[in-house]
Design a protein around this ligand. Structure first.
Ligand code: KG4
Ligand code: ZN
Length: 336
């Protein structure tokens, strides 16, 4: 039985997981606190985590119907993420584990997104190819076992979710922008504006979203305030189609190599309807198995951290007392 804590960004999350079974997964979103700033303010996130972590852990234990005496290990996101936010989760995890002499399991946040696929009711067994797209990361992960993944390609600049959020802001939508942009796009024409397809001729598996974002900024400038207001839905639909197009074209390229029979999606952008539909169609066409985790497991949560922890190395007491969080990506950068 693992208690997991996730505070790498703006959501305060705790979960209790027994094997692959989720007994409780509690998420306290800070969206409202950051909305007025139009994006995540790291120090505001840390301060909210400080207030929310203990009640969120208590609520997860309550919902699972267990006490700390029944917990075998404490798992926590150690990075990558906002350093202040990570430190709140890590310190809380140490403070829960140390007096009980429980082991502590530090987890890589991205491996957490991959491990969301290992949870019940229908765990996906490796090997599989996982497209991970969130507000902070966009990458193709080759998953050959439960304990890690190989980065086959990643964004060279903005993350897909970051592009959704920035374009949403341009269109006067709130934060986070992804879900609102998807909704607005429903009433728009995806073919209304021609947008650049980044890295189209690049033979590798890397992504780039900054050119698309810049193209949207220029389009908005040329249309003027009034024009943007009138064409908001078309702008949203055209951007969404271009972003989904880039994600799926790189996925297709990775599949061309013929190694993978199963595909999975992860990260907040994996909640995007048109992306899910496009990947579903692609997998049906090629006879590949597709795992789409439920939306609440796509965006940040602690159940995925507990899931990754089942296959990660636990640190015994008191070794972890000096263990530090890591803010940046420690994963190996693929050779070009
Ligand atoms: O994985 P996540 O919860 O946090 C990070 O680790 O970043 O992902 C959050 C990101 C945000 O950029 C949000 O706008 C995006 O996922 N997102 C979406 C949708 N739902 C969330 N993007 C597009 N369409 C959605 N439906
Ligand atoms: Zn995430």
């Amino acid at each position: 039985m693992i208690l997991a804590i996730e505070t790498s960004c703006d959501d305060t999350c705790a979960a209790v997981v027994d094997g692959a079974e989720i007994l409780a997964s509690t998420i306290s979103s800070q969206d409202e606190a950051h909305a007025k700033f139009g994006g995540i303010v790291p120090e505001v996130a840390s301060r909210h985590h400080l207030e929310l972590t203990v009640p969120v852990v208590e609520s997860a234990l309550d919902e699972a119907g267990v006490t700390l005496d029944e917990i075998d290990a404490v798992a926590v996101t150690a990075g990558p993420g906002l350093i202040g936010a990570l430190l709140v989760g890590l310190s809380t995890a140490k403070a829960i584990a140390a007096p009980r002499r429980l082991p502590l399991i530090p987890v890589d946040h991205l491996q957490g997104h991959v491990a969301a696929n290992f949870l019940a009711p229908e765990p996906l067994e490796p090997p599989f190819l996982c497209l991970l797209a969130s507000g902070g990361h966009t990458l193709l992960a080759g998953v050959r076992d439960h304990s890690g993944h190989e980065v086959l390609g990643q964004t060279l600049d903005d993350a897909a979710g970051e592009a959704f959020d920035k374009v949403a802001r341009l269109l006067g939508l709130g934060f986070p922008g992804g879900p609102a942009l998807q909704k607005l796009a429903e009433g728009g024409d995806a073919g209304a504006f021609e947008l650049p397809v980044a890295m189209a001729r690049d033979p590798g598996l890397d992504f780039s979203f900054s050119g698309l974002k810049t193209a949207m900024v220029y389009l908005a400038r040329d249309l003027g305030e009034e024009g943007v207001r009138e064409r908001r839905a078309d702008l949203a639909a055209s951007f969404q189609a271009a972003a989904v197009g880039q994600l799926t074209s790189k996925l297709k390229r990775a599949l061309k190599r013929g190694e993978w029979e199963s595909v999975a999606l992860g990260g907040g952008v994996a909640a995007n309807g048109p992306l899910r539909e496009a990947v579903t169609a692609l997998c049906e066409e090629r006879g590949l198995r597709l795992k789409l985790v439920p939306l609440r497991l796509c965006t940040d949560n602690a159940a995925m951290i507990a899931s990754a922890a089942r296959y990660a190395a636990p640190l015994p007491y008191p070794e972890y007392l000096s263990y530090d969080a890591f803010p940046s990506n420690r994963l190996p950068v693929p050779a070009t």
